[in-house]
Ligand binder design. Sequence first.
Ligand SMILES: Nc1ncnc2c1ncn2[C@@H]1O[C@H](COP(=O)(O)OP(=O)(O)OP(=O)(O)O)[C@@H](O)[C@H]1O
Length: 925
Amino acid sequence: MEKASALSASTQKATNLFQVYLRLRPPQNEAAASSEPFLAVEEPDDDITTPRHITLNPPNDRRRAIEKFAFTQVFEEDATQLDIFHCTGVANLVKGVLAPCGGDGTDALLATLGVTGSGKSHTILGSKSQRGLTQLALDVIFRSIGQNVVDCDAQPVLEHSIAASDPSEAAIFQASTFLDTVYADPPPSFRASSRAPTPMHVGLPGTPTSCLQGHRQEHRGPSGPGLALQRSMNVRIVSREDSVAPSTPPSAPGLGCRSPSKCKASSRGRRGNALPRSIARGGGQSPSGPYHQQVRTGHRVPQGQQPVKHFMAPTASIRFKTGTKTASQGDSIGPGQTPSRRLHRPSAFPQQPDVSALSMSCDPSAEYAVLVSMYEVYNDRIFDLLTPAVKSATTKEYRRRPLLFKSTEASPDRKVVAGLRKVICGTLHQALMVLEAGLHERRVTGTGSNSVSSRSHGFFCVEVKKRTKGGSRRHGAEAPWSGSALTVVDLAGSERARDAKTAGATLAEAGKINESLMYLGQCLQMQSDAASKDKCKLTELLFSNCYPSPAAYASGRYRNPQKAVMIVTADPHGDFNATSQILRYSALAREVTVPRVPSITQTILAAAAAAALQAPQPGSSPPLASPTFSSSRPFSPASGPVRSPQLLSSPNIMRNTSPPTISSSPPGSGDMHRSTMEAAALEIARLSEEVDYLRRAADAERAAREEAEAHLLSMEDRMVELEQAIREDCTNEFERRLEIEMARWRATMQVEMERGEEHWGRKIEVFERSMDVRQQQAGGGCGSDDGCWSGDEDKENVLVEDVNQENERLRRENEALRREVAGMSPAKRMPLQERGSDVGMALRSKQPPPPGETGSPRPARKTRGAAAGAAAGEEDSLLMRMEKLRVSDAQASARGTAAGGASPKKVRKLPAKRWNAVDNDDDLF
Ligand SMILES: Nc1ncnc2c1ncn2[C@@H]1O[C@H](COP(=O)(O)OP(=O)(O)OP(=O)(O)O)[C@@H](O)[C@H]1O
């Protein structure tokens, strides 16, 4: 193999935002322990004491390139949690956050990255018996702050001042209040112990192993079959799985647990509840091999007995939350049901490793408040882990509202996750309880690669706020809160669909996880390129505040750049392809060495040379020199060197592409046979290398296709979610508008009804009054004075009205008659005049004589001519006709009354007395 050029510290970028450490995990089981690891730690150089380089050897295909990676430090399989804590400088991160020398402090980020099942959660969150870096960091924080921590229980006003100073529009709670809503008190017999974020090894039912014994102790010795065997015996058996209260502590006699309930409920609920799909269905080959299959499926359970349920089987609440996955299993919770959210209070947390000896100093002039918040990035959206899901009005499902990562009014210069729930913790125990509650909400599921695989990127934030003590006394006002935060990130693991045996929603999740990790890898490789950070939510969250924004400079609110530590975890016996991909993303430097592979040509030529040496012939050419291929140059069908797209994609690559130097001599001119053989051999070699090239290209294409398919699936899933959200919004909007319209309609209806009632009220009133009038008319009197008065008045009104109408009618008749009279010829008038002369005379005789005249008509009047006589006659005739009409009208009304067809009004309207009175009225005419 060609000598690899050395990786030196100078190859690291000066501008690295992250210190990148590599931790190798011990083999999971005996089979893994006996296999050849594909990762080898390089011995450290003389001048440094810790290993920094690792070599990636392709396991099967020895013609693949050998890659070498450089990290800040490499931790071997036997490294303990405490080793990692000390050597990765977590204590320094905490110190920066506490800012013992004053000032705002420095934000810190501690993250784990790796293939699924490689030990990220184990490193950062610990196990049932071992604390992770998060718990250790929290311990150091609370120890260092000591008495300077504020007591919000004693001074509730502090809660308001902290809330007022928070720039992220957060909902701030005291720990005691928050924990009371989350945890139920355990029954007296219940003794839940600490959580177990990563699953312990699970053994067979009946194996007499104590929970506590079952935990693998941290070891420093080399790993090997013996260790693996010992580990495989470390089992944790649980009879029931659900750690969600209320539930009685399960009894598991004979299972060997000192406290079965401890085993059950102490585990990290969510992580301890998912089950591989195949296993949940009661079958399927466990990818971890027959050992795990036996364990998980309970094959050794005697027939007729219920197999002991795996403690990672989904709980009711988990099934509900991961509805997509479990829907196919037909046992998801119905939409109407409410998952119980009350957890059992863990009674104890792991105490190891102990960091009591380590304590940072804090700012003695300051008082501190510690705020804990948790969220996850799932399918590129941010969800609060401390805020309960709310029931959707339309789908009746419990859903969380995604939060935004944005600049707020109070934080224009840097982005924050807005609207989180934050809990003020006064003690380490409270902070651990909050952590426990948040982890319970995190999305995990069982895959072929990890039975409790994180399906989201988990963020755990510890904000350390501080302010000068007694500020109010000195300045008359409260000193403002400032501070920094330590963010611990447990990234979801990358996985290959084929290995993880995922499908449907879980595959889509994996696609999204892989995609976000790919972007993260790009950002890690281009650490100084601020522009590349906005590719996805994860990179935004991790990198946005690494670079001070122009707004921060402008406002003068410049903060120290965040310090970041990335711990890459890798399983040397795990998935080669996924691991190499992660190492390429994360390593500080990388070197690729193309191995020399003895080709067919070489083999043939070597054989020919050997034969020539053994049997030299006189006159023949000198024997062929031994071929010295200094490099097996990758073949390109066109020309020039082969460049694998995968290899070229990394800017950190340091490739050995030196051209080959083939120093073999041409075959002897006289030996045609050898020449032909050589030509054939060269052709075979060329073809073989071409095949190699094509195989690599096909591999790359396949990987790209898988990635694209996963991306497509995740997009489809996103679309479905979006569609659902939009439908929900539309329905809500529709319901809101409908409600408004209904309210408007009801108001209008009310008004109309009131109007109608009023109208009918009036009608009834009129009707009643008219009925009263009639009754009074019929009765001819009344009992009371008032009644008589109003009755008389009504009667009078009616009569006046009737008379007016009658007058009107008569006027019209009169007019008609006048017109008739005016239109008559003198010939026609005569008979009428004659006929009515007597009546006319009688009427005229009633009129008073003109002044100065006697009662008898003077003879002079008679002689005034025919015109005057005719006029008088006409008048008489008119009067007669009117009299006739009056009579006929009276007869008609009498007839109408007799027949019952005339209105009672008319009967009443034409009393003879009134008519007679009108008769004498000259004005009527
Ligand atoms: N260094 C270690 N020592 C002992 N056990 C380990 C170690 N690292 C991992 N394990 C065990 O391996 C299993 C898987 O580890 P873990 O859950 O931490 O993986 P992960 O990388 O977080 O996976 P995922 O990304 O799928 O969540 C767990 O049972 C864990 O206890």
